[in-house]
Design a protein around this ligand. Structure first.
Ligand SMILES: Cc1cc2nc3c(=O)[nH]c(=O)nc-3n(C[C@H](O)[C@H](O)[C@H](O)COP(=O)(O)OP(=O)(O)OC[C@H]3O[C@@H](n4cnc5c(N)ncnc54)[C@H](O)[C@@H]3O)c2cc1C
Length: 397
């Protein structure tokens, strides 16, 4: 494992730090981001933020230069995410476009697709969503039932997708649909680009327990998709989807920084003296729990660095990357349980108000991170991967 950053990587960090110091709105930098009246207002702000980042060439830095990126190395990409999180800069809104669609079109798209779609992804001119999961196909995506029936000039699509983040704001979606129902499950799927404004597309927001409505159900009724919106070869969508999914795994520097900050919140709450009572941190059991969180965050850092070193040496990531996802997501939920123990009744106040701690941000964080053991592959699926492909245990099915 290589535990140091090179002078070039440190100067890259300094350049980004200087840009953020000059451009990041003060309210975000101080950890008190503005409350938005609606999700639409927040999305409008985040689009503008991404546009400004793109002007500074700070979006899609891992993309090749010819497509507007910086051709950044894996270490620079890591440093980038680490700095963004450490300065509390908001995440870019077009994450699906930048992290999933761009690399997939660069690897498998046609020249026309790259020319048409890539330039509008970086400045968030057009937002993208990921139309993969279905009510009966999440962990096992190859079970998807959305049908795309061929026509002379394209396909007509019918089916339903679910958990589609930001679909209500997206201009385009990457869509997996079955084009050959007779073929074995993973063989008859195609990877299509869906116009979210096409007739027959209905988006219904789903309210999450945080109160936000970021993800949606998407109904597709006789939606026409022209032939030029096929990515790669017909029926070969599953292997292309794996390019997309590979970009969802790997290191998680942003989560590392967020949980380091959460650790600081835990320590502050444990030391807090309220109404003359003994601080919660006087309890040896609680102290032990927090000490374990410190150790876990450190393990997360070392795991990230180990993966980073592998990526830097161009070694395959392999199924071990499931361990990183599994470890940090379950660590997160343990830390958030301690957070709720420390907040006590104040943990019920998840919106700004007189009794809310940090405007309800910490309680909302608890609610949000319940999702961590689901998205990008559930904990059970990560355990199956580790059991079968790392430990060589018998297959579960
Ligand atoms: C915040 C959030 C955002 C998301 N955004 C998107 C998005 O933008 N686009 C998109 O396409 N999807 C999105 N998803 C969906 C996500 O990818 C799925 O939730 C995930 O893949 C799990 O699928 P599922 O919810 O259908 O659960 P299921 O697959 O139905 O699983 C239900 C339960 O059964 C368990 N299980 C399933 N199979 C096995 C097995 N073989 N062995 C043991 N246990 C098993 C699972 O672990 C889980 O506990 C999002 C999810 C979340 C939480």
């Amino acid at each position: 494992m290589d535990l140091s950053f090179s002078p070039a990587e440190e100067s890259f960090r300094a350049e980004l730090r200087a840009w953020l110091a000059a451009n990041l709105p003060a309210s975000w930098a101080s950890g008190e981001p503005p409350e938005f009246a609606s999700l639409a207002d927040e999305v409008a702000f985040l689009r503008d933020w991404q546009r400004r980042l793109a002007e500074g060439r700070w979006v899609g830095i891992h993309w090749p230069r010819e497509y507007g990126g910086r051709g950044a190395s894996v270490v620079e990409s890591y440093v980038f995410q680490e700095e963004m999180a450490a300065t509390r800069a908001p995440e870019i809104i077009n994450r699906i476009g930048v992290n999933l669609v761009g690399p997939t079109l660069i690897a498998h798209g046609t020249d026309d697709q790259r020319r048409r779609f890539l330039p509008r992804i970086l400045p968030a001119e057009e937002l993208w969503c990921q139309l993969f999961s279905e009510p009966g196909a999440g962990s096992d995506l190859t079970a998807l039932r959305t049908r795309a029936e061929p026509r002379s000039d394209g396909w007509v699509v019918n089916g339903q997708k679910v958990w589609t983040s930001y679909a209500q704001f997206a201009r385009w979606g990457i869509l997996l649909a079955r084009t050959d129902p007779a073929a074995p499950k993973a063989k008859g799927i195609s990877y299509l680009i869906c116009d979210m404004q096409a007739p027959g597309v209905t988006v219904r927001p789903l309210r999450q327990m945080t109160g936000s409505e970021e993800f949606n159900e998407v109904f597709l009724e006789d939606v026409f998709i022209p032939r030029e919106h096929l990515v790669g070869r017909e029926h070969d969508g599953w292997s292309i989807a794996n390019t997309t999914l590979a970009h969802e795994r790997g290191t998680s520097p942003r989560q590392l920084v967020i949980h380091r900050m959460l650790l600081n919140d835990l320590l502050r709450l444990a030391r807090e003296e309220r109404d003359g009572a003994v601080p919660a941190g006087a309890d040896p059991v609680l102290r032990q729990r927090i000490a374990q969180h410190v150790i876990d965050v450190e393990i997360t850092r070392l795991n990230n660095w180990r993966t980073l070193t592998r990526l830097q040496k161009r070694l395959p990531l392999g199924p071990e990357s499931s361990f990183i996802k599994l470890f940090w997501s379950e660590m997160s939920q343990r830390m958030h349980d301690t957070l709720m123990a420390l907040l006590g009744a104040r943990g019920l106040c998840w919106q700004p108000g007189p009794h809310a701690v940090a405007g309800g941000r910490l309680a909302r964080s608890y609610l949000y991170y319940r999702a961590a053991s689901l998205f990008a592959g559930t904990s059970e699926i990560q355990r199956n991967i580790l059991a079968e492909r790392v430990l060589g245990l018998p297959r579960s099915r």
